[in-house]
Design a binder for this molecule. Structure first.
Ligand SMILES: [Zn+2]
Length: 250
């Protein structure tokens, strides 16, 4: 089966992929994290900070990695996620509704309703700007982490999660059409285990995808059987039966 990078072409990435300097400590830690993806490790073990490593460094490396992977996934949807098809960043499931407005205190000083593609464009720009901030991610291990590191990193992961929500609720059919379902589910599963292990997202923000998580992130099914280096679980999670993704599967 194909891997994330085969289906979600890097040339179609939504934002340019961020790279680590190869010989930097962060680069080496990134390679270590990547290496675990090809091993027969359960997801809850993969997300644990390796012995002797700095927790904040581990989180920083994953923030960049998830930004890159989500950018690849959303890059595939830019033809279908339009202002006309997705006029707002709103999603509902039964009686529950999530309606997100954008605010960055720069261009948008007040919460502003935007079409979903514009909201996500602003969101990814904002995350990229945060990831490029040397005060938040000091370039040298001699420099201390900022005191508000966790508050800011939680905001990054919380906002990235909203892209998953939009992908699953509004564009999952398209993901299935390009046979990317297993890859997106795998990426979300990794993300879900990571943010829960490190308390990066409040449960209220995870709620829109709680049904999905209860299906694909169950501890009992945590072990990906025979997972190849291409990162794909051998048994893709079953499609959601309800209208969670905005349509009923025929
Ligand atoms: Zn959309």
């Amino acid at each position: 089966m194909q891997g994330l990078i085969d289906i979600f072409k890097p040339e179609r990435t939504f934002r340019p992929q961020r790279k680590f300097t190869r010989d930097s400590k962060r680069g080496l830690l990134f390679e270590k994290a990547q290496a675990t993806l090809g091993l027969q490790l359960c997801m809850s073990d993969m997300v644990v900070v390796p012995p002797g490593e700095d927790k904040y460094e581990w989180i920083a490396v994953h923030a960049v990695d998830f930004f890159n992977r989500i950018s690849l996934i959303f890059g595939t949807l830019t033809d279908t996620c339009l202002s006309s098809t997705c006029p707002a960043m709103s999603h509902s499931n039964g009686s529950k509704r999530w309606d997100w407005k954008w605010q960055d205190n720069v261009r948008y000083k007040k919460p502003t309703r935007l079409p979903a593609p514009e909201y996500i464009f602003q969101l990814m720009n904002w995350v990229e700007h945060e990831l490029n901030d040397d005060e938040l991610f000091p370039l040298s291990s001699a420099e201390p982490w900022p005191r508000d590191f966790m508050r800011r990193i939680q905001r990054i992961f919380t906002r990235l999660h909203r892209v998953f929500v939009h992908v699953y609720y509004s564009h999952f059919r398209r993901i299935q059409e390009i046979a990317g379902e297993a890859q997106v589910n795998y990426c979300y599963k990794h993300f879900w285990f990571f943010v829960n292990a490190h308390a990066l997202i409040p449960q209220s923000e995870l709620e829109p995808l709680a049904d999905l998580a209860s299906r694909i992130c169950r501890k009992r099914k945590d072990y990906p059987d025979n997972i190849p280096p291409g990162l794909i679980p051998s048994t893709p999670p079953k499609p959601h039966k309800s209208s969670l993704f905005g349509y009923k599967k025929s």
